[in-house]
Ligand binder design. Structure first.
Ligand code: ZN
Ligand code: ZN
Length: 358
């Protein structure tokens, strides 16, 4: 954790910033290891403070050695103003994405003689490249979802209600140790499978439906993200098999393209061009993938506009899809670590065949 702070301080020095206020809960966890749900960090070039309330003081002391834990009893901004005064800090960076306009007004009120510096992505930039400990945590979250998928395949069949299947899925994941789901589980069958983000509904899964399942589990603070597409109760129809084969091949091309030194947009275009070859480009309306870690959607993006050059240790999803309105859709999503000469695919669930579940 302390090497993360050291890296942040290097950036603060570059920006001539004597202190930085961290309000994002994900950034807070990344820098301090604190898992409580309330608190802010104030990091100066010499000191690191964690401000939290009565409920979390003991937890913070246990989880954050080396941090000065400040208990906030009344007004958060007044407590902060006292520290800024004590250490004669006259300039404070803050996270524009995590401060409301009202909070900004409160800071303006409370911090007399302190100039406020709006900043974006300072800690997020440190989080883009994962260390091996983080990669191991993501791999555990991916393994958990692989196991969950293996289990839930027994429940995806004609006659079952989408939401009931998701309930089974989430029960299993929680029993296996997940502290939560990375996002609301998507389970979309039949025509609904043409909705790229069709969260589970009260619809009954019918015989012959394509079923898209997209889910993720949170484990040790890190997310997984996973999609498979299946057919319920009948051999795949030719159109289902056709779009499945194209999406699978496109996804594998994406994974083959993925390596340190290529741009996010290059992975996206490799995938998109393959789908376009078969005339389905207008049915693939989202980007190819995204980074994941403490948050399920992080940098880098694998999209047409992503100029970012991929580096070793970035962790991304590759998840093309084809969605045919009124008929259904297919998406396949794996998580992979960018390595020097290729990528390491963490997801192990089968995908070679379009599986029918009876
Ligand atoms: Zn995803
Ligand atoms: Zn997903």
């Amino acid at each position: 954790m302390m090497s993360r702070i050291a890296k942040l301080r290097e950036r603060m020095v570059q920006k001539d910033l004597p202190a930085f206020l961290v309000s994002s809960s994900s950034n807070r966890r990344y820098l301090s290891g604190f898992t409580g749900t309330a608190g802010s960090l104030l990091i100066s070039l010499e000191k690191a403070f964690l401000l939290t309330d009565f409920r979390y003081v003991e937890q913070a002391r246990a989880q954050c050695p080396g941090w000065e834990i400040v208990r906030v009893d009344k007004d958060f901004y007044e407590s902060l103003a006292t520290i800024l005064g004590d250490y004669q800090i006259d300039k404070l960076g803050f996270e524009v994405d995590y401060i409301t306009f009202h909070q900004y007004q409160q800071m303006r009120e409370a911090f007399k003689g302190v100039s406020l510096e709006p900043l974006k992505g300072l800690v997020e930039e440190l989080r883009v490249v994962k260390d091996e400990e983080e990669i191991a945590a993501i791999a555990r979250a991916v393994r958990l979802i692989d196991k969950t998928f293996e289990y839930v395949m027994n429940h995806i069949r004609p006659g079952r209600i989408e939401r009931e299947v998701v309930l089974e899925l989430e029960f299993f994941a929680r029993r296996a140790g997940a502290t939560g789901m990375s996002f609301e589980t998507i389970l979309a069958s039949g025509e609904r499978a043409a909705l790229p983000h069709g969260v589970a509904s009260g619809k009954v899964i019918n015989k012959g439906d394509l079923v898209v399942l997209d889910c993720g589990a949170v484990l040790d603070g890190y997310c997984s993200d996973f999609t498979r597409s299946l057919v319920a109760g009948a051999a795949p129809a030719p159109w289902q098999q056709e779009i499945y084969n194209i999406v699978l091949e496109a996804q594998e091309i994406g994974l083959e393209t993925l390596r340190a030194g290529v741009k996010g947009s290059e992975v996206d275009s490799a995938v998109r061009n393959y789908i376009a070859k078969y005339g389905y480009e207008e049915y693939f309306g989202h980007s190819t993938g995204h980074g994941l870690g403490i948050d399920v959607h992080e940098e880098p993006r694998l999209s047409a506009v992503s100029d970012r050059v991929l580096e070793e240790g970035m962790v991304v999803t590759v998840e093309p899809g084809i969605y045919l309105p009124g008929k259904g859709g297919v998406r396949i999503e794996d998580v992979a670590v960018v390595r020097k000469n290729g990528c390491e695919i963490l997801t192990k669930s089968p995908k070679k065949e379009l599986i029918t579940l009876y």
